[in-house]
Design a binder for this molecule. Structure first.
Ligand code: ASN
Length: 306
């Protein structure tokens, strides 16, 4: 083992970062419980998981003639969990076998933790409002409770003004091309939203706007100062015919979502929610270059790490 790998466990900076991450999870959990959310256990393996549009390798294994996949996101389970509860959240470990090219982004890990939440009968407006409240609450609390750690990182965080600015996807794309998120993130001092995301860019479960075909009832929140994506979510397709149509449009096999579709057939509630990367949030709060420096045991794209 090289020295650097061993030394990192004693690194004061890593220790302060992990302490901040621990505080963040407490702040988020307290905030959501106080709003009536129930924390559910993460699903690590399942025969059905998020297919993801972007090129991500699958982590599958056979088990007694069946096949399990490692969770890429808990979206399908979140919708189903709403049969038991109206508001749920979880800190969900996601495994996405990202390509080696993503090592340098500072934003990708093969295993990361997602705060995943979902609310029955909610609209995009509801989750936008919740996202703004959550981020401003986190920053105020961290400023109050983690003064020492922030001083260590020489980091000053301004509590952002609400509502956050909303930028339409097409507008941003036409102005800056594919890298619009990066460019605008660098320009801004406060988080902002990207809305009106086209359906070919996103997953089958993201609800299409019935009055604007091809546009989703979706949103991304982007951090300022070049820190990139904070969270992603929106309203969901919940009617079985719509789910089938969207799966087929995306060239996906409905057999791969059999149990989920069977449940949708019996009735899933309309809902909205989002997923927020805990390592990316920690990176933003501490002002770090790379998400790998927020985890004791980071799994970097293209590497096999302890
Ligand atoms: N968790 C995200 C959501 O709620 C989905 C994802 O991570 N792909 O929309």
């Amino acid at each position: 083992m090289d020295n650097e790998k061993y030394e990192r466990f004693f690194d004061g900076k890593l220790k302060e970062t992990v302490k901040i991450k621990s505080s963040l999870k407490k702040i988020i959990g307290d905030f959501l419980r106080q709003k009536g959310f129930v924390e559910i256990s993460p699903v690590i393996i399942s025969p059905e998981t998020d297919p993801l549009r972007h090129a991500t390798g699958r982590a599958d294994f056979e088990y007694y003639g069946g096949k399990y996949q490692l969770t890429r996101s808990m979206i399908l389970h979140k919708q189903v969990a709403l049969l038991s509860f109206d508001k749920i959240f979880t800190f969900s470990p996601n495994v996405r076998l990202e390509p080696i090219e993503l090592t340098e982004t500072g934003q990708h890990l093969v295993q990361f933790t997602q705060l995943d939440l979902e609310m029955a009968q909610a609209t995009r407006e509801d989750v936008i409002e919740l996202g703004e409240e959550l981020i401003t609450h986190i920053i105020s609390k961290i400023n109050e409770e983690n003064k020492e750690e922030l001083k260590f990182f020489d980091r000053e965080l301004k509590v952002p003004d609400v509502p956050f600015e909303r930028i339409k996807y097409h507008h941003a794309y036409n102005k800056f091309g594919r890298i619009f998120e990066e460019v605008i993130s660098q320009e801004k001092d406060d988080p902002f939203w990207i809305v009106d995301i086209p359906s070919e860019d996103r997953e089958f479960y993201d609800k299409e706007d019935s009055s604007r075909p091809g546009i989703l009832r979706d949103m991304d929140m982007i951090y300022p100062e070049g820190y990139g994506e904070a969270l992603s979510g929106g309203e969901r397709e919940h009617e079985p015919d719509r789910i089938r149509k969207r799966l087929e449009e995306q060239g996906l096999n409905t057999d791969d979502f059999k149990e989920y579709l069977d449940i949708a057939e019996r009735g899933l509630p309309p809902s909205a929610g989002f997923g927020l990367g805990i390592e990316r949030l920690t990176r933003y709060i501490c002002g770090l270059d790379d998400v790998k420096d927020t985890v004791l045991f980071p799994k970097q794209p293209g590497n096999v790490n302890l």
